[in-house]
Design a protein around this ligand. Sequence first.
Ligand SMILES: Nc1ncnc2c1ncn2[C@@H]1O[C@H](COP(=O)(O)OP(=O)(O)O)[C@@H](O)[C@H]1O
Ligand SMILES: [Mg+2]
Length: 278
Amino acid sequence: MILSIESVSKEFDAQAGKIKVLDEISIQIKAGEFVCLVGPSGCGKTTLLNIIAGLERSTGGQLHQNGKEITEPGSDRVVIFQEAALFPWLNVIQNVEFGLINRMEAKKRRKIARALLHLVHLGRFEKAYIHQLSGGMKSRVAIARALALNPSILLMDEPFAALDAQTRDILHEEIQAIWAQSKQTIIFVTHNVREAVRLGNRVFVFTARPGKIKKEFRIDLPRPRDINSEGVVMYAKLIQQELREEIEKFLKEEVDREWSLKKTDLLRPAGTDLGSGI
Ligand SMILES: Nc1ncnc2c1ncn2[C@@H]1O[C@H](COP(=O)(O)OP(=O)(O)O)[C@@H](O)[C@H]1O
Ligand SMILES: [Mg+2]
């Protein structure tokens, strides 16, 4: 067992009181698994990744990594965000080396960074600056930078959401190859159901907020998987059905909220809008 998430809940303090975002999430993840999380917007997926990363504390339940309670960030759990937060003033290889600066001498750092840039097919771009790269290349740099820390758990928060379908397809192949080679544990959040099925050993569907686990799917398809293969499409349909109900709930809540805001507006006595200047 590498990661044990035990009845984890999270409440945030908001103006209108507390909001419950995660409700008793329990997941056991083994070393080397590729786990995908899907769920409607706002159901707490990013919050859960932040809690696993140690960037945020849960308000209920516990998390253990190899038997040790997670209470703070650690370089063995690294998050890759959708907006790959790379440093524009550093070139590609310097970005990849960044996390290693206090850990080893410069020569060794460079060697590791270079090997990783080859792994993500950016060997020829080590001197380029971030603004010179395409979206897919930026994602690759972010992956190489995370891998440089050699984390046992890689947390990926919709990392390919902003990419075009062709680039995403290539990165799916690459991340599967890297995962097969590195044996890292990956927890991957996406709203793209086919992406989840293509990549995951298991896919967890979350309910609308507060996020609970609605259903777990074990994806027993051979790899590498094609996103348009019959098996992927079949699983994606099943998952989509589960998800659809939750997305409808989320949308209804949004519409109700909008409507109650409008109602308050309509009920406000005339002349109370101090900002209108009339
Ligand atoms: N720091 C915070 N303070 C208050 N509310 C927050 C905070 N972070 C997230 N939330 C709320 O928690 C809910 C879940 O957010 P998030 O985890 O980002 O959802 P997801 O990634 O599934 O879209 C949202 O309603 C969001 O507004
Ligand atoms: Mg999110």
